[in-house]
Design a protein around this ligand. Structure first.
Ligand SMILES: [Zn+2]
Length: 66
């Protein structure tokens, strides 16, 4: 099995990973309600897509309610 000839320094490892940052998610405001969501998808907040109601969103429950 091929084995690296010498140890990779912390600096070199870090330099290689300098480009590994996670990018910003691609979000766009809903034309109907204005909340942000993924493009080309039904709005999860109001259930609209292409100017029509696709589903009726359930009323949001407060988290950890009980
Ligand atoms: Zn919406």
């Amino acid at each position: 099995m091929a084995v690296p000839k010498r140890k990779l320094s912390h600096s070199r490892k870090g330099s290689r990973r300098a480009h590994h940052a996670i990018g910003k998610p691609n979000l766009r405001p809903c034309p109907n309600c204005g909340s942000y969501g993924l493009p080309h998808r039904v709005c999860t907040a109001c259930g609209y897509y292409k100017g029509r109601q696709v589903f009726i969103p359930r009323a949001r429950k407060a988290k950890k309610e009980e």
